[in-house]
Design a protein around this ligand. Structure first.
Ligand code: DUC
Ligand code: ZN
Ligand code: ZN
Length: 487
């Protein structure tokens, strides 16, 4: 009887801190041994000349999710998870989205019924909280966190989602009590609304005006405000999908002051610019997302932020709406930018494009690549070291990368349910060719090898990173004789 179910030989393992030539022995879905020579396995893979990275964690993606205006994403848990796996990702954390009036339990139960029978890789959920009533925040949310949904997203914009500052304070206080990670979509709603009205009054409805309406100052102001509210209550906060230099600078300033403020950025801010929204006719609609891609100089600064550690998470923000009447053109063939569904796909290209344009060009250290795509998301969202590590006892979630393989990205070749990709024609130098989840070979020889529904739900721990600092701002400091217990 063989000692291992699977042995991967002769490859170099790469984690967020080390690169080692060693074999990996896998038993019962876990990494059972790491070393130079291991005993035989039932199945053997020769990874000579290849890199073996921990399977990626995409901690921000919208799959089988209805938007606040009622539009369904093009990907369900089957196509979404397959697409993610083909791009080297083995764990997804999409959003169980509450629409106003819904109980969180109902939202999560419904979402589980979508995910469990379809996902081919493991998944956890974040919540989206759009109704911050006392019952939701005081009772339902703590119960969900206790059940392993230890993070949630809130919005500062969108009519049907936005919370006001008072509600955000209530939510932050609850997160602080429960040690949950809060993710915030930081854009100033009224600035966007005001500019939009003016643009549309003047007849400027083309897609490129989406980027004008979602001005970077709206992002900066909301980021600053969200950080201030979090500072007031000494609550950690993660600013998602950061697009602009000015918002990044707000995050940096907070970090320099020792606050637990984290930032996430996404492929669209590294590989697209505002010029893409200015393509002919409705073509620009394919690139409309919020916040929008900005100019080339800004793009370089977002790259720097990812490389220098200002950002800690790199997620796809996959929000797939097809270029037809089910998605981008659901309001008709020629909608104004206000009526164009917000979001771009990116599950499958997230890791390959960053590997190609970051690591292969020498711009980004490979260990940093592993950290931002995999290990830090695992830590920030309570999955480490089960996920995000190559270590004895961790789940055997691995991606074997062929650094020589060149892939031209086309919508046809990707495995999502989209009819376009914003990255059409870009070439990726390097691609994960064999992808393994809990010891199961999910992708090999460009084929899917597992059944739908074979991924499992991940109940997540509370994250260390969501622990408050226990450092009060002066107004709250007992030394000022201010004794009231506000939270
Ligand atoms: N926010 C997201 O997180 N994704 C897509 C669009 C948006 O506004
Ligand atoms: Zn958002
Ligand atoms: Zn998103």
């Amino acid at each position: 009887m063989q000692a291992y179910d699977l042995v991967i030989r002769n490859g170099h393992t790469v984690t967020h801190k080390e690169k080692i030539k060693q074999d990996i022995g896998i038993k019962d879905g876990k990494i059972a041994a790491l070393g130079e020579v291991l005993e035989e396995g039932v199945r053997e893979i020769d990874a000579e000349g290849k890199l073996i990275l921990p399977g990626g964690i995409d901690a921000h993606c919208h799959i089988e999710q209805k938007s606040s205006t009622g539009l369904m994403t093009a990907d369900d848990f089957y196509s979404g998870s397959v697409s993610a796996a083909f791009g080297g990702t083995t764990t997804l954390i999409p959003f169980a989205a509450q629409h106003r009036g819904q109980s969180l339990r109902e939202v999560v139960d419904d979402y589980m019924a979508c995910a469990a029978p379809k996902s081919v890789i493991d998944f956890g959920f974040h919540l989206i909280i759009s109704d911050a009533s006392d019952a939701i925040i005081g009772q339902e949310l703590p119960a969900m966190i206790e059940d392993g949904i230890t993070s949630f997203k809130i919005y500062m914009t969108y009519d049907n989602l936005k919370l006001d500052d008072y509600e955000i304070l209530n939510v932050l206080a609850a997160a602080r009590r429960e040690q949950a990670m809060v993710m915030v979509h930081a854009e100033n709603h009224d600035v966007i609304r005001w500019i939009t009205e003016k643009l549309l009054d003047q007849g400027h409805g083309e897609p490129k005006y989406h980027a004008i309406a979602h001005a970077s100052i709206a992002e900066k102001e909301a980021t600053h405000r969200a950080i201030s509210l979090a500072e007031l209550l000494d609550t950690p906060l993660l600013i998602v999908h950061v697009s602009s230099e000015s918002a990044l600078n707000e995050i940096r300033r907070a970090q320099e002051r020792g606050l637990k403020i984290y930032g996430e950025t996404c492929p669209q801010y590294l590989f697209l610019t505002i010029d893409d929204l200015d393509k002919d006719g409705m073509e620009g609609a394919k690139f409309c997302c919020s916040p929008p891609p900005r100019n080339k100089e800004n793009q370089d600064i977002i790259w720097e932020g990812l490389i220098d550690g200002s950002f800690s998470v790199f997620s796809s923000d996959h929000a797939p709406y097809r270029f037809d009447d089910t998605g981008k053109l659901s309001a008709g063939p020629n909608p104004t930018f206000k009526k164009i569904a917000n979001g771009v796909p990116g599950l499958e290209i997230r890791m390959p494009l960053l590997f190609s344009e970051g690591v292969q060009t020498g711009r980004m250290d490979i260990h940093r690549f592993v950290d931002v795509t995999t290990t830090i998301p695992a830590k920030k969202y309570g999955l480490y070291p089960r996920k995000g590590a190559i270590a004895v006892g961790s789940d055997a979630d691995l991606a074997i990368w062929d650094t020589e393989k060149q892939v031209t990205i086309t919508a046809d070749a990707l495995h999502d349910n989209m009819d376009y990709t914003p990255y059409e024609g870009m070439v990726s130098n390097g691609w994960p060719t064999t992808v393994i989840s809990r010891g199961r070979i999910v992708v090999e020889d460009e084929e899917l090898k597992v059944e739908r529904g074979s991924g499992i739900y991940l109940k997540r721990d509370r994250s260390e990173f969501a622990k408050p600092l226990e450092r009060r701002v002066p107004e709250m400091d007992p030394k000022t004789n201010f004794n009231a217990k506000l939270f």
